[in-house]
Design a protein around this ligand. Sequence first.
Ligand code: BES
Ligand code: ZN
Length: 462
Amino acid sequence: MRINDVIEYIDRNSEEFLAQLIEFLRIPSVSTDPKRKEDVTRAAEFTADQLRLAGMTRVEIVATPGHPIVYGERVEDPSLPTVLVYGHYDVQPEDPVELWESPPFEPTVRNGELFARGAADDKGQVMIHFKSAQAYVQTQGRLPVNMKFLIEGEEEIGSDHLDRFVKENAELLSCDAVVISDTTMFSRDVPSLCYGLRGLAYVQLEVRGPNRDLHSGSFGGPVDNPAQVLARMLTSMKDQDDRITIPGFYDKVRELTTREREEFARLPFDAEAFKKDLGVQALAGEKGYTTLEQVWARPTLEVNGMISGFVGEGAKTVLPALAMAKVSMRLVPDQNPKEIEDLFVDYVRRIAPQTVEVAVTPMHGGRPWVASLDHPILQAAADAVEKGFGKRPVFQREGGSIPVVSTFTELLKVPTVMMGIGLPDENAHAPNEKLDLGHFYKGIKSSAYFLDILAKKRDEVE
Ligand code: BES
Ligand code: ZN
């Protein structure tokens, strides 16, 4: 294998790769929006086309009760190591659309950054592996290892149908390692590999009071106010130290080891820069834990949105009949989303006053994941990122969730390498999402180096 030819191909085709990524990003594949179902399917078809272009010899679009799963593979030789790349072609909703500097589905390059919904999360990141494969097949006529791709369309809504697919197709997906690029690096100057993700339990909480909206003058007082009941219930879920008060919530939380705390503390985290970037004067969070510990290794409870009563311009005197909040809880090993959901429901029932009716609707969830750093494949990945980015990566955990990762660990029983090339300021899930194009190309090269190193280290890695 002539890795130099592969790298040169990547350099020569950078404009073409960007043009294809732009085409991918034009498809508004918002998985949560039923009106976008056809667009989501189009994105699956685009993904399948990309896999064919990358030289995959078997490509299938698998229908599910939700959005399709795209599978592709190229098996060069069963005795070679096999890498399974996972990623997602679905994206988050674009709203609030008025805050975008250029329209979310009209990708625009400004100062070396590509702005579009999905640029970093995750279309740009899955693309790096399509392109490294393509570079091998085009220049060498083959891949240095066997490759499988599993690219889904429901990651942003909890991967509801993927676990079943993985369970039923464990043989098809058998591999020596899973590779995922759907996380961020520590910072622009500090590349990293991620070895832990938080889990998630997401619920909708509704508080119903009177059978209709009421005049607040005629009824306020004797009739309890659902907006205020909801607010009271939500504030009672955290104490003054930002610890969650739901009984049993921390029972299964695995405490950080002294070693891990020391390692986190050694990372060049700049609290001042962090605050400045976010435009906040001071930080909050669970007492006794540093910012990185809070985000990576401690559970949290967040209100994602609330709605109740009159929120239009001007004033209207009304006592709302209904109040609703969406609440997410990020979980850490060994918390279980279903158990946490049940604890939440029990707690809400216990604290709800008799003046209202409450309902909790579970939305989606995912299990937390943390890997051991001992596997040699992580060193291979670190070598590859070092070659691609010119700097040795650090190991870090992340606060976000990718629900299927723990399923891979459990069912495929192989290590997962999280080779994210995003940046903390990429604005994922927010207006002006962007991808650093330098990182995009370095990511393609890192992926190419990774395959090369794996092929050479095959005895160690298997
Ligand atoms: N790419 C993210 C996961 C992520 C976010 C990793 C931040 C590391 C840091 C992924 O697309 C995502 O957003 N996942 C959802 C999952 C949820 C809907 C089950 C998340 O974390 O909110
Ligand atoms: Zn996301």
